[in-house]
Design a protein around this ligand. Structure first.
Ligand code: BGC
Length: 738
């Protein structure tokens, strides 16, 4: 046994000696043990201008997965490319491409493979807007960890997620991709996602991938909710509403940031030096790199700030955009721009350095290849399924439950299950489906059959399509309702109605769906439970009076259907609360919980609505049990700026079912130099409470972190005066002294 080993060692020694003789030496950047900083500098010194330009460029691979196309792409690919958006599903192909970068290029710089893993890879979790309603950041982090593992094993090292754009206009389709309207909630989910994707360490191990904070910034404020449009945003709003989640994500260690498409008050994000360089890189000390959005550098011409592609490249690079997604503008123009002294070598090197650093941190130089294990061990593992199922359940919000019609009573023997969503798994997936396959997604019908397993008979009718003029199936829906004790309607939106480039001018359910609800109500008088699957808040005022219960189930992903069935049957006690306000009508937009106070709060009301209240506020959500909140206790009623205030409240589950309750702690500051929102969420905590049990929730108020607010330069202001702490229906005054 030993002989071959001695022989092999001998050969290696000889090979080593001969390479020494020839003066070969492993370059420092290839030394796994050298510090990353030194490796980056060593590599940078060796790179030609062309090699640098390639590092700053990102293209796609496999967008069209026709085998002929893949072969063509393989043959035309320049393996010196910095990054590829990898649409393939196959680590073997990915490794084949990587091998070319490692073995066929002069310096062997690995390619960074990115992809949009927004709410799961093969195991789909609920859309982020739903996940926010769970208020369970620990669970969201686990979901991102699973997404990272599945992505890594499919060949991806970098996801373009989390999307942390605050969205207060549900007409905007991309509201589904973020965590709702609130800066604090979004910040907490930003941190959880970054840690979930990347793990805790600076050097990312093989089960994690790099995260992207996107889209930087104020993209959710697009005019009229239309995608890609202008956003008029004040510096004050930037600092208090739109920047905090990005700051939280940067502090959590996010490796990359994606600039947004939108023009921000005259300066598109892609060339916004103030935001990209002054704030992000200089003030916040962000060491990762900024990637543009898809084709966004070229689109600067359409936005009216660059006359040609040279100007696009120059403005974007010099403002701080490091990597060019897709349009090839850096690769085509930077050489010429350098010659003309319109960009600096220093800025180019800075961009390359940032990209190389992330590649080293990901371990790509030392472990460029994805381990190839059978797909059956890569995806949809039992742990992944458990987390997907729990998160789906926790993200659903019970909006109405008249006379406790839910959970379905044991006296119910038959149910009519009606609606276009009943047998349609595809539209439970939501926008950005990662690598998920519809065949892995449960259908509501199957989940109900399993849940009620012969105890309740189900009478199915489709009733109508998502949006059409055809009412020919209304009759069979009415018949199904007539022969059943209760009716459950499964309505909502198709996948493509939210997500990118999917804005809607009217956020009510399409007329045919509203008419179906009314027809069933009028023609049968049976109790109606409405289950909604959608990617945005809906305006429900037209139909809310016609239904006895509403469950907002969102687009819940692979295991969402059994979570719906579990909530309907009572196996699961709903615990979600809205992370976004539901307006009464589309015309009421914008309406969100932390608006500023009006000069005449009792007036200025829409005449046709008679109220300025929405249908459901942020934070709203019912449960099957009851909670009693004790009196909130404060450790003091007056503190100095350097002291802490501790607030506690005992919450008792006074019902008969175990539950999970989220306590939302708000602050208001009624007299400030710069007016403050009516109230601002500053802390939340979700705890399980068994029936009959009392638990204590706690909020530590550190004035600098909780009570200070930014001015329009981002400077933090902490003012003495009166503050209010609000929790449930209690409001307590306390004083802050100098
Ligand atoms: C979207 C980004 C996405 C990118 C890459 C763009 O159109 O705005 O969110 O990450 O494409 O797919």
């Amino acid at each position: 046994m030993k002989k071959p080993l001695i022989f092999l060692t001998g050969i290696l020694l000889l090979a080593g000696l001969s390479s020494l003789k020839k003066g070969y030496k492993t370059p420092l950047y290839k030394d796994e043990h050298a510090p990353i900083k030194q490796r980056v500098e060593d590599l940078l010194k060796r790179m030609t201008l062309d090699e640098k330009m390639m590092q700053l460029s990102q293209y796609t691979f496999g967008l069209n997965d026709n085998p002929n196309n893949i072969e063509r792409e393989k043959s035309t690919l320049d393996p010196r490319v910095g990054s590829l958006i990898y649409f393939g599903n196959d680590p073997i192909l990915r490794n084949e491409i990587q091998k070319r970068a490692i073995e066929e290029t002069r310096l062997g710089i690995p390619i960074l493979f990115g992809f949009d893993i927004i709410h799961g890879c093969k195991t789909l979790f609920p859309i982020p807007l739903a996940t926010g309603c769970s208020f369970d950041t620990a669970l969201a982090r686990k979901a991102c960890e699973i997404a990272a593992r599945e992505s890594y094993l499919s060949g991806i090292n970098w996801t373009f997620s989390p999307m942390i754009n605050i969205a207060r206009d549900p007409r905007w389709g991309r509201i589904s991709e973020g965590y709702g309207e609130d800066p604090y909630t979004t910040s907490m989910f930003a941190i959880a996602s970054v840690k979930g994707y990347q793990g805790n360490k600076n050097i990312i191990d093989s089960l994690h991938i790099a995260a992207t904070l996107k889209h930087y910034i104020a993209y959710g404020l697009s005019e009229g909710g239309r995608d890609y449009t202008y956003t008029d945003v004040s510096r004050q709003a930037l600092w208090e509403t739109y920047l905090p989640a990005f700051k939280a994500g940067v502090d959590a260690g996010a490796k990359t940031v994606m600039s947004s498409f939108n023009d921000i008050s005259g300066t598109p994000a892609t060339i916004n030096k103030y935001l990209l360089t002054d704030v992000l890189k200089n003030d916040w000390g962000f060491k990762g790199f900024v990637v543009s959005d898809w084709d966004a550098i070229a689109q600067l011409m359409a936005q009216g700030v660059a006359k040609d592609s040279m100007a696009c490249a120059q403005k974007a690079l010099m403002a701080g955009t490091d990597m060019d997604m897709l349009d090839g503008i850096y690769e085509q123009n930077l050489k010429e721009l350098l010659k003309e002294h319109r960009v600096t070598m220093q800025r180019m090197d800075d961009a390359v350095r940032r990209i190389l650093t992330v590649k080293f941190q990901l371990g790509l130089f030392d472990h460029p290849y994805t381990p190839v294990i059978p797909a059956s061990q890569r995806y949809l593992q039992p742990h992944a399924r458990t987390i997907a199922s729990k998160l789906a359940a926790e993200s659903m919000v019970l909006l109405k439950n008249k006379k406790n019609i839910l959970p379905i009573s044991s006296s119910v023997k038959s149910i009519a299950v009606i609606g276009p969503m009943v047998k349609d798994s595809f539209d439970l997936m939501g926008a950005w489906r990662g690598r998920a396959d519809v065949k892995d997604v449960e259908s509501i019908y199957t989940a109900l059959q399993e849940e009620f397993n012969g105890k309740i008979s189900l009478h199915y009718a489709k009733g109508c399509d998502f949006d059409s003029k055809d009412k020919s199936d209304f009759d069979s829906a009415i018949q199904a309702a007539k022969i059943s004790d209760e009716v459950i309607l499964f309505l909502g939106e198709k996948n493509g109605w939210s997500g990118e480039n999917a804005s809607r001018s009217n956020i009510s359910l399409p007329k045919v769906q509203e008419d179906l609800i009314k027809a069933i109500k009028e023609k049968t008088g049976k109790p109606v439970i409405l289950v909604l699957n959608n990617g945005r808040p809906l305006a429900l005022a037209n139909i809310e009076p016609d239904v006895n219960a509403i469950l907002e189930a969102w687009q819940p992903g692979t295991l969402g259907a059994s979570a719906i069935a579990g909530i309907l049957s009572g196996r699961i006690n709903p615990s979600g609360k809205l992370d976004v306000t539901f307006p009464l009508t589309t015309g009421q937009i914008p309406v969100f919980y932390d608006m500023r106070q009006s000069a005449r709060p009792q007036s200025g009301i829409y005449q046709d609505l008679g109220t300025n209240d929405p249908m459901y506020w942020f934070g709203y959500g019912l449960t099957y049990t009851t909670y009693h909140f004790g009196k909130v206790k404060l450790s003091a009623t007056s503190i100095k700026k350097k002291q802490q205030l501790i607030a506690t409240v005992h919450v008792t589950n006074t019902g008969t079912r175990d539950g999970e309750e989220t306590v939302l702690w708000y602050i208001s500051h009624p007299e400030a130099t710069i007016s403050r929102p009516q109230k601002e969420l500053k802390h939340f905590q979700k705890l399980g409470i068994k029936a009959g049990q009392t638990v204590t929730y706690k909020f530590v108020i550190n004035p600098k972190a909780v009570l200070a607010y930014p001015n329009d330069k981002g400077e933090s202001i902490l003012e003495a005066g009166d503050y209010y702490l609000m929790v449930g229906n209690q409001k307590l005054r306390f004083e802050l002294r100098n």
